[in-house]
Ligand binder design. Structure first.
Ligand SMILES: Cc1cc2nc3c(=O)[nH]c(=O)nc-3n(C[C@H](O)[C@H](O)[C@H](O)COP(=O)(O)OP(=O)(O)OC[C@H]3O[C@@H](n4cnc5c(N)ncnc54)[C@H](O)[C@@H]3O)c2cc1C
Ligand code: FES
Ligand code: FES
Length: 1342
């Protein structure tokens, strides 16, 4: 047995664990290394992905299995490998995605079903999704859907919109278990999860057939290693010591030993789940020289049932605590379990399952976070804590004396928390807990609260009251003054009024308080009390106590949110009967890489094995938004461990000027910085850790200059890039004269982070000859990367080879901004003549690379009494950031979409690009179009509201008609808007819904429903004409196999799959004979970025062209031997010396628009769609539920309906994030405060509309693109505005209860804060906002 002291000189212990059944013995286990790094770098198991390093995305999910000698059971649980210290794994079995199946061997049913149900697009989230599901099935082979939804609370996917993942895995559940193909005359009981809902005209087959799935056979699962079982039985509680460079890990084997060590090392950090400490180490660069791990000490894991409650050892995981409380709540009489139920309610929304499986209750208490979700309940319930040191223990009450200040408690340094005693509730005691966060699932609280009231028996007189709040001060607090004022008083309206005014006074927040949202937080503290008040009234009444009745229209305010399993329908047109089986165009073919993605075998850039002498690069970035650089001191960095060199602007051999269109940026800053995150230099070292540590050691002195951060500041300072764009048509003056009414309004649309799951990554490899360099990059623009790298290195482009296998998502974020990293990495590799790699951490990526442009729109609209809009004058201001990047084209697209789908005779739109000190904003799915259309939807809603008419009626009235002209004089032909509109209304049952919504709103005061139908018209083509070209290169080899290359990149959107389908049809051979290996600049040169939704059209055209050339060349051989095979013709042609390689080219015809004359064609064609959404808002908290969305989208003749529906759903969900959830917070000094999934919330599984219908419009061929198809990547995103306007509709209903009517401003996103603040009522009136200008806010609207 090891001596668990941190000894110097003596041997540390060996760490023994198993990975996928193989024993790992680590002699030098580093306490600072996490499991993810160990798997990827030490074991070369790259299936498990890094998405965030903070437990927030689930990409790194693996399953841990332990033998528990006490219960003699095997425990399997999903965890985040990014937070699991490798030292915590002694005698643990780790199962990764590679361990359960592979394409070469055999897929596991989980992997197969994810792939076949189209649940993997870019695939970067897929291994984590697979492992969450796998861990669930290991514990519960036939789960319920609710279990599946719970298992995915900690997983994010940015591509799919989640629906197909749930549909695929539904086949494992009780609700969806499959008959194995025996259920119906013609096949399986399941179609795509929606068979029951299909209408008669939808004869298309399901998107997948569950009957094809392999069955799940739990007996075939990987077994727990027998050797590990033996080891575990023998040495569970063993003292261990692992020593790293900076940190020693001590795992004591007994409580005494633990206490002795804590006594001896009072500054030692206790670590259990590491979900808090891991974040500190990673993001705050904290070093803990001694780590104490008490995870396996029995006293700290004990659960003891006492007379008055349950005692949980401090190391009990939240999952375990939840299970015990659930059991107790089921077994005990209800009046004893009020506290337990309140805790269970908080646990439902506490992080994701991977976190709850390891995070300890003691860890939550001792973190002492002011937004802890459990501490308010423990406080309100009067829990007792046992604290202990070497000399004994003491029991303290958990009240507001326990937390002494921000993240501090009364514990002495030598003390530890032994246990928490959670009491049974008493008769006449009622307890509730509340959590309000931006997103329901896996999110930290804005305000969290727990309230407990005890009444005199049989009466409504308050005997004891505890109101505990988190998020209202630097610690969890008790509203003691309010509580004492209410003691002895009857629970009634008067008490409520006094409670609210007292709480408003007691829980006042400084207007500059960290976290912002001050008015909202204050209002919430009252609204939550009101909910509690009503809930208690109801309970008292149920007990027969005489109290006021809760009015029927207030009942929903007391309801606890219970998610409903989503249902969905997907409708598309089947391919005509009689087509050749080999012709898969129009079939819902699976993404060609889906299986590899689901098994972790798909290779992303950072999965490329390390080169022998490879180095790692870390960026040095500015901490100031606008400043002169006075000095840079890199001495400490250069002398730090493993560092090879530091790079600055002087090291650039070629030009330091860079940028995708104009060279108005630097590769590395010179003299001044213009945003926080501006890249100043880089450190190159032997490992990532060393490079990152050294980069932090670089000292930079600045002379700060005043920054321009927001659009409003830019307008005030007239800080604009030139040119300002204007599009004008008709006679504006006459239009306004003709109008019966004129209104003015404005809207701000917040930016958006791409949050591709795979961050930016580049590996640059010098080739040793003639200055050649090869780059592996996760980019949408291989050619742009090539050109800008060549420019920085001062070499011709023909020496630079850029290769792109696949990206883990792009969404426009990897169109131009990838070069800020790839040029620096190339400069480093070129200088050192060694391979250099860098994958940005999530926080760096968010900081450095910019996102969607925030927009501010200001409009004046003239309209007739009928609602017909006759004049529009609109100005757009975008926050472009510190360089122009693509901002001008993005603004142009916003202007080209300023009327959305509405015909306006007299119109003027102006676009201003605000030059600010933010990281340059860039392309993002929709490229300014969504912002342009969002402003249109704002004015059309205002028009309707000012007339008191239904917004949907006014929209329909203004909708374009066939043959009308856009403001840029493009004629609209083959218009399908009206068809989409009508189909959407009928499929959504709009009329009945509207009536039901109105009835619901009449019947409910505190929850309101809203409905909106929103159209979209999206122009397809790059607006820069020269980009509308593409190339392809097709080789036929003598064995008949075909290697296809084209200029587009694969980022999950299924482009390669579609291109193979196109080639397959033209060549007349099955897809299995065609292979795409990558996109590279030495096969197809001068490619346009994969963007603008046009890649299938452009590259499809080029592929078609190349294949047709080859078909022509093969024709004579086919004619000579008509009965021969493809291989016969190829062989014959080869021996006849025919060139079996062809390149293809395509350019979109007849494009070219001129702003000056407002003439010429901008777009090749338009995509149309309409969505109808229904929501329900909670007027008291601002939370909303997405009840239903029906989308009808015209994608022409779909090349691949599964991929197209995936794009529609994924785009819609990304739009839903943009318009309702995702908020970037910047400080007034321009510092991005939201830099990871913990603080920046993208939609999660729980955000899917409860009913989701997607229909691809039938019989709508497009004569302008390959095989009559249409683009699909960007157009559907805007349809999520229907959710925003449904929310606005619901808010209007709430406002009318307070006598407010007519237009009101609602900025995007419609966050919980905005919704609550807009629902003006008696509670908001008690919390007036501070006067702007009288304080410095925590964050500003940029
Ligand atoms: C993605 C993510 C989501 C999260 N979501 C939520 C959420 O929804 N709500 C919420 O409240 N929190 C949340 N957290 C915070 C965190 O998970 C919890 O606070 C968790 O309970 C911490 O437990 P742990 O065992 O992982 O703590 P650790 O990181 O191991 O330790 C945390 C702190 O507690 C101390 N400590 C632990 N045990 C003892 C002991 N016995 N005696 C003395 N000190 C001790 C440690 O020294 C350390 O300071 C989240 C964290 C992450 C990463
Ligand atoms: S990488 Fe571990 S949760 Fe995101
Ligand atoms: S497929 Fe899920 S993130 Fe791309």
């Amino acid at each position: 047995m090891a001596d668990s002291e941190p000894r110097s000189g003596s041997e540390p212990d060996q760490l023994v664990f198993f990975v996928n059944g193989k024993k790992v013995v680590e002699k030098e286990a580093d306490p600072e290394m996490n499991l993810l790094t160990f798997l990827r770098r030490k074991l070369g198991l790259t299936g498990t992905k890094l998405g965030c390093a903070e437990g927030g995305c689930g990409a790194c999910t693996v399953m841990l299995s332990r033998y528990d000698p006490a219960s003699e059971q095997l425990l399997h649980y999903a965890v985040n490998a990014c937070l699991a210290p490798v030292c915590s794994l002694h005698l643990v079995a780790v199962t990764t995605v590679e361990g359960i199946g592979s394409v070469a061997r055999k897929l596991h049913p989980v992997q197969e079903r994810l792939a076949r149900s189209h649940g993997s697009q870019c695939g970067f989230c897929s291994p984590g999704i697979v492992m969450s599901m796998y861990a669930l099935l290991r514990n519960r082979p036939t789960p319920r859907m609710a279990d599946v939804e719970e298992a995915f609370q900690g997983n994010l996917c940015r591509c799919t919109g989640y629906r197909p993942i749930l549909e695929g895995f539904k086949t494992f559940t009780v609700e969806g278990a499959c008959c194995g193909g025996r259920g119906r005359e013609n096949g399986c009981c399941l179609t795509n999860g929606s068979a029951a809902d299909k209408t008669s005209d939808d004869e298309a087959p399901p998107l997948f057939s569950a009957a094809d799935f392999m069955p799940l056979d739990p007996t075939q699962e990987v077994i727990f290693p027998p050797e590990l079982m033996t080891l575990s039985k023998g040495q569970r509680s063993q003292s261990l010591c692992f020593r790293g460079d900076r940190s020693t890990w001590l795992q004591p084997d007994s409580l005494d030993e633990f206490l002795r060590l804590k006594w001896k090392h009072p500054n030692a950090r206790v670590v259990v789940g590491n979900t808090e400490v891991g974040i500190e180490v990673k993001f705050k660069n904290t070093v803990y020289p001694i780590i104490l791990s008490p995870t396996f000490i029995s006293e700290l894991n004990a659960v003891t049932h006492t007379e008055d409650g349950i005692v949980f050892g401090a190391a009990c995981t939240l999952s375990h605590m939840g299970a015990v409380l659930r059991q107790a709540a089921d077994a005990l009489p209800p009046h004893r379990t009020e506290v337990f139920l309140a805790i269970l309610e908080q646990l439902r929304w506490f992080a994701g399952q991977q976190i709850r499986n390891v995070a300890a209750v003691g860890g939550n208490i001792m973190t002492a976070s002011p937004i802890s979700d459990l501490n308010p309940v423990f406080m309100a319930a009067g829990c007792r804590l046992t604290l202990m040191d070497k000399d004994g223990s003491r029991v303290v009450q958990m009240d507001d004396g326990f937390f002494t200040s921000y993240r501090r408690t009364i514990l002495r340094p030598q003390e530890v928390l032994l246990s928490v005693h959670i009491p049974y509730s008493k008769k006449n005691q009622f307890v509730s807990a509340f959590k309000q966060s931006p997103r329901r699932e896996d999110d930290i609280s804005i305000v969290t609260a727990a309230m407990s009231v005890t009444f005199t028996a049989g009466m409504n007189v308050v005997e004891d009251l505890r109101l505990s709040y988190g998020g209202m001060a630097a610690t969890t607090v008790l509203a003691k003054q309010t509580a004492s004022r209410l003691l002895g008083r009857p629970w009634g309206e008067e008490l409520l009024q006094d409670a609210c005014s007292s709480l408003a006074e007691e829980l006042s927040l400084d207007p500059s308080a960290p976290g912002g949202m001050v008015t909202y937080r204050r209002t919430l503290s009252l609204s939550l009390f009101y909910k509690f008040y009503l809930t208690v009234l109801q309970k008292l009444r149920l007990q027969g106590v005489a109290v006021d009745d809760v009015a029927s229209n207030c009942l929903t305010a007391t309801e606890v949110y219970c998610p409903q399993t989503p249902t969905s329908v997907q409708i598309y047109q089947a391919v005509p009967q009689g087509r050749s089986q080999d012709d898969v165009v129009g079939h819902p073919m699976m993404h060609l890489s889906a299986m590899k993605q689901a098994t972790g075998e798909a290779v992303y850039c950072d999965d490329i094995p390390l080169y022998e002498n490879e180095l790692y690069l870390s960026l040095i970035t500015s901490s100031k938004a606008h400043a002169r650089i006075l000095s840079v001191d890199a001495a400490a960095a250069e002398s730090s461990s493993g560092v090879v060199c530091c790079l600055f602007a002087d090291d650039i051999p070629g030009s330091n000027a860079t940028g995708p269109i104009e060279y108005d940026e630097t590769v590395l800053a010179e003299g001044q910085v213009t945003c926080v995150g501006h890249i100043i230099g880089a450190v190159v070292a032997d490992t990532q850790l060393h490079a990152q540590r050294a980069a932090r050691a670089v000292r930079i002195q600045y002379e700060e200059l005043p920054p321009v951060v927001t659009i409003q500041e830019a307008i005030a300072a007239q800080s604009f890039y030139q040119p300002t764009r204007t599009i004008q048509k008709g006679d504006l003056e006459a239009g306004f004269k003709q109008a019966d009414h004129i209104l003015e309004g404005e809207i701000h649309i917040g930016g958006q982070e791409h949050f591709y799951l795979e961050t930016n990554v580049t590996l640059a490899v010098p080739r040793g000859e003639d200055g050649e360099i090869e780059l592996f990059v996760s980019t949408q623009s291989a050619s742009k990367t090539q050109v800008l790298v060549a420019k920085a290195l001062g070499i011709p482009a023909n020496r630079v080879l850029v290769r792109v296998k696949r990206m883990g998502g792009g969404f426009g974020g990897k169109e131009s901004r990838t070069t800020v990293l790839s040029t620096v990495v190339a400069v480093a590799a070129n200088k050192l003549k060694r391979p250099v790699r860098c994958m940005l951490d999530r926080d760096e990526d968010m900081l450095v690379t910019g996102g969607r442009h925030p927009f501010y729109g200001k409009y004046k609209v003239g309209f007739l009494n009928s609602g017909k809009v006759v004049a529009l004058d609109v100005s757009y201001y975008s926050n472009a950031g510190n360089s122009k990047d693509l901002s001008l084209s993005i603004m142009e697209r916003a202007l080209f979409h300023m009327e959305n789908s509405y015909s306006v005779a007299n119109v003027r739109g102006c676009g201003f690009l605000c030059r600010t000190n933010l990281p340059s904003n860039t392309a993002f799915r929709g490229f300014g179009g969504p912002q342009g259309m969002m402003v249109a939807e704002s004015w059309i809603t205002d028009v309707a509201q000012s007339l008191g008419r239904s917004a949907d009626e006014v929209r329909r009235l203004n909708l374009y008609k066939e043959g009308e002209l856009t403001p840029y004089n493009q004629i609209l032909d083959h218009l399908t808007l009206d068809r989409c509109w009508d189909e959407c209304l009928s499929r959504s049952g709009y009329q009945q819904r509207r009536a039901a919504v109105e009835l619901y709103n009449r019947q409910n005061r505190w929850t309101k429903r809203g409905l909106a139908v929103v159209p979209t018209k999206f122009g397809i083509s790059f607006t820069a004409v020269f980009l509308n070209q593409a190339g392809a290169l097709v080789h036929i080899y003598t064995d008949g196999s075909v290697l296809l290359t084209h200029g587009g990149t694969e980022m999950g959107q299924g482009l390669h799959t579609k291109m193979v389908q196109v080639a397959s049809r033209v060549l007349g051979i099955p897809c299995s004979k065609i292979h795409i290996t990558e996109t590279s600049t030495n096969t197809v040169p001068n490619t346009s970025p994969t963007a603008a939704s046009a890649s299938s059209d452009l590259n499809g055209g080029a592929v078609q062209n190349a294949c047709e050339t080859l078909v022509k060349r093969l024709e004579p051989y086919k004619a000579k031997n008509p009965k021969g095979s493809w291989e016969d013709w190829v062989t014959a042609a080869y021996f006849d010396r025919v060139n079996l390689s062809a390149n293809g080219f395509y350019k979109t015809p007849d494009l070219g628009y001129d702003f000056d004359s407002n003439s010429g064609r901008v777009f090749n064609y338009f995509c149309y769609g309409v969505a109808c959404s229904e929501v329900e808002i909670d007027c008291l908290t601002g939370a909303h539920k997405n009840l239903s969305s029906t989308i009808v989208m015209d994608v022409g003749h779909s090349l691949n309906p599964a991929i197209d529906i995936g794009q529609v759903e994924g785009g819609f969900m990304q739009g839903l994030g943009l318009f309702t959830l995702e908020e970037l917070h910047y400080s007034p000094q321009g510092v991005l405060l939201t830099r990871g999934p913990g603080s920046y919330k993208i939609p999660a599984f729980g955000d899917i509309p409860t009913q989701l219908t997607v229909s691809l419009l039938r019989d709508a061929p497009n004569n302008k693109a390959v095989f009559a198809s249409k683009a699909v990547g960007e157009p559907p995103l805007f349809l999520a505005a229907s959710v925003f306007y449904a929310i606005k509709d619901a808010i209007s209903a709430a406002r009318s209860e307070s006598g407010l009517s007519g237009p009101f401003r609602l900025d995007s996103p419609a966050s919980a804060e905005r919704i609550r603040n807009a629902c003006s009522d008696r509670f908001t009136k008690l919390c007036p906002a501070a006067e702007p200008g009288t304080f410095v806010p925590w964050s500003v609207q940029v």
